[in-house]
Design a protein around this ligand. Structure first.
Ligand code: NAG
Ligand code: NAG
Ligand code: NAG
Ligand code: NAG
Length: 645
């Protein structure tokens, strides 16, 4: 047996990903939890995990639409309990979140963000929630997993390296043609993995959420009955928890059709939810498919769901990206060299002087990619598109990223090549292998970010584009580039695997993306509250105009604008105003009529700001989170194009 030596950043699980789409190594200061110790069950059963959390593995039908197909998906669920017990009068139930992606792991993000979210939604002494998330189909600890490489990290890395070596799609028709061939081979590999990926689309995940909401309700009823039985000694027959379990089981024994679910009468359990980025797509699908199941719904960092589900796709995301970069340069010039390393005392035209230096740097780097031979013997090539892609990803989180970005860019411009190579490696732009072993600590192989976890969702939710040729793709790339010169090349790769994606979904949903009028009296088939949309004024991948377009389709919905830059309001910049809007909405279901914008506490160039990344990722993870950007000051890339953290 061959053993791989695992070197790595102590205490971090590193993940690697295909160039362009990117990743973030996940700091996880927790002992790994062995999910196999939980036996999957049809009823919800929580088990202790990750010190303060509860985990469950819930079995649901793999195919919700086929009565006779008995295969199951096992959903990995995690919750951060409320700070009060369930029977406390201030307990407000579960708030689900989805961290985006598609391909993002709710389990992993819960560990770094759960406490922050709980602090955000809670109203101390008045209202307390448990925070709940899960790995959607094909992702993380949920089974069946999406894996086109049959667990072979070496094959996966070879694929990533070849795609990377071929260069960006902007290199012209030859590069596009070769990319399409790589993706065709990839698509063939994926078919060999079985057909589970055909069931990873968003309608299935929305349906799974209905099931989770029902199972949480069942569990609460069983617990309450058991408690009553304890208190009363002998309990009346009807309240016997086992009987109740049988009765509740009947309700979900059959696979109810989507139409049945839509029209189900009576007081049904409802979802409380906050979705970030792609999570706004999931939330929009959920509300549009199962409006009577909506209790409270916040969509933060909003995607245009029409663009996502129809047409070439992904063309509306980056309309504000270049403007944020302009704002970065202007802010840098205004802050001066003390704060922003890219600025110079001698600059007379401020932002345009900085831009001129950057343009020169990019011109040079595009013509001569920089090779670096590391002490380890590894060869790393850094290209202009690496740096652009990297800049794009930093625009997601100006508060924690701008000063660091300025420092890094300044170091590059000054010719520090080794710094660039280190960055390219640490940001997951490329895998590095030593003696055919990946230089990464795969203590937790499920945490490896997989392109196919994303493709399985993106390709089946969107229109079929398997018949498109090089000239179609050339036009698509050009459209992406004209939307954002900075991020267009990266963004054009997201749909690339769909060029040869052979699975078509059994369950598709193409709208209408709308809901009946909300009704706080819990009227059957109606949301209990209007949808609250949140958006930063400038968001690099989910622009304000998408939020406005989506809100216009849902009666009573409104957009609250956070006066900030970055991806998603709650996840990018703390604001007590936004926090209050969110906490009040979860309690009352009301979007305040007198608030349309919220200011933030700190800007990206502020020097005396106590709010840091640690405050966003939460107290438990504060130390790990801080270490991401202090010390070595690595810049981590994003886990997924439409995700947080
Ligand atoms: C891999 O990560 C685990 C968990 O953080 C750590 O205990 C172990 O020492 C790491 N192994 C190496 C070789 O770095
Ligand atoms: C439903 O599932 C059964 C059992 O797996 C299978 O034989 C049948 O072909 C499926 N029907 C459809 C329409 O997919
Ligand atoms: C390049 O950057 C690295 C890390 O920031 C630093 O240690 C090194 O001294 C720099 N080299 C030069 C030539 O500036
Ligand atoms: C942010 O986190 C730091 C370190 O954990 C803490 O000292 C500071 O008080 C926090 N600030 C706010 C506003 O919560």
């Amino acid at each position: 047996m061959r053993l791989c030596f695992r070197l790595l950043l102590a205490g971090c699980y590193s993940t690697l990903a295909i160039a362009g789409i990117g990743v973030s190594p996940l700091a996880a200061p927790f002992d790994p939890f062995d999910w196999d110790t939980i036996t999957p069950s049809d009823d919800l059963e929580y088990h202790d995990c990750y010190e303060q959390f509860k985990c469950a593995r819930l079995q649901v039908p793999l195919d919700w639409l086929n009565e006779t197909d008995t295969r199951v998906a096992t959903i990995a669920m995690i919750k951060l309990p409320a700070v009060v017990p369930d029977d406390d009068p201030t307990f407000g139930g579960s708030i689900f979140f989805n961290p985006g992606g598609p391909g993002g792991s709710g389990v992993t993000v819960m560990l770094s963000m759960g406490h922050y979210l709980r602090n955000t939604v809670d109203k101390p002494g008045r209202r307390h929630y448990e925070i709940l998330s899960f790995d959607p189909r094909g992702i993380g600890y949920t089974l069946p997993t999406s894996d086109c490489f049959d667990g072979s990290v070496v094959s996966r890395d070879a694929f990533i390296l070849e795609a990377r070596g071929n260069g960006p799609l902007t290199n012209g028709d030859n590069s596009i043609a070769y990319s399409l061939a790589i993706m065709d081979a990839f698509g063939q590999r994926c078919v060999q993995a079985g057909d589970a990926m055909a069931f990873a689309g968003t309608p299935n995940v929305a349906r799974d959420m209905v099931e989770m909401v029902d199972k949480i309700d069942d569990l609460r009823k069983r617990d309450a009955a058991a408690q009553k039985q304890n208190e009363n000694g002998e309990a009346p027959e009807a309240q016997d928890p086992d009987d109740m379990r049988e009765e509740l089981k009947k309700r979900s024994a059959r696979k109810r059709t989507p139409a049945e679910l839509r029209d189900e009468p009576g007081d049904v359990p409802r979802l409380q939810y906050i979705g970030f980025s792609y999570g706004t797509i999931l939330g929009n699908y959920f509300a549009s498919m199962f409006p009577g199941r909506v209790g409270r719904l916040i969509l933060d960092g909003v995607c245009d769901v029409e663009d996502y589900s129809t047409g070439p796709g992904w063309l509306t995301n980056t309309v504000d990206t270049d403007e944020i970069f302009d704002t970065f340069l202007e802010g840098c010039a205004a802050a001066g060299p003390e704060v922003c390393a890219l600025a110079r005392e001698s600059d007379t035209h401020r932002a345009s002087d900085i831009r001129r230096r950057l343009d020169r740097f990019f011109l040079d780097l595009d013509q001569r990619p920089k090779p670096v031979l590391l002490d380890s013997g590894d060869v790393v090539i850094v290209t202009g598109s690496d740096v652009r892609s990297l800049i794009g990803s930093i625009l997601y989180t100006p508060l924690k990223g701008f000063k660091v970005l300025a420092k890094q860019l300044d170091s590059f411009i000054s010719g520090n090549i080794s710094d660039m190579a280190i960055l390219a490696l640490s940001s997951g732009l490329m895998p590095v292998m030593k003696d055919a072993c990946p230089i990464a600590n795969f203590t937790n192989p499920q945490l490896v970010w997989k392109i196919e976890s994303q493709s399985a969702v993106v390709c089946v939710d969107g229109d079929d584009i398997t018949d498109k040729d090089v000239s179609w793709w050339r036009k698509y790339v050009n459209r992406q580039m004209s939307t954002s010169s900075l991020f267009g090349a990266t963004w054009a790769t997201i749909r690339l695997p769909c060029s040869s994606w052979r699975f078509r979904p059994k369950w598709q949903f193409k709208g209408p993306f709308t809901t009946p009028k909300p009704d706080p009296s819990l009227k059957s088939g109606h949301p209990a509250a209007p949808i609250l949309f949140l958006s930063n004024r400038l968001d690099p991948v989910t622009p304000l105009r998408a939020a406005q377009a989506m809100a216009a389709k849902h009666p009573g919905a409104r957009v609250i604008i956070q006066e900030a830059m970055g991806h998603c309001a709650v996840a990018s910049a703390p604001s007590s105003c936004t926090k209050n809007v969110v906490a009040d909405y979860f309690e009352s279901g009301i979007i305040p009529a007198d608030v349309s914008t919220c200011n933030i506490e700190c800007g990206p160039w502020d020097t005396s700001c106590s709010l840091t990344n640690a405050n966003i990722t939460g107290d438990v993870d504060a130390q790990a989170a801080a270490s991401w950007f202090n010390g070595e000051e690595r810049i981590w890339r994003r886990m997924s194009p439409l995700g947080v953290l």
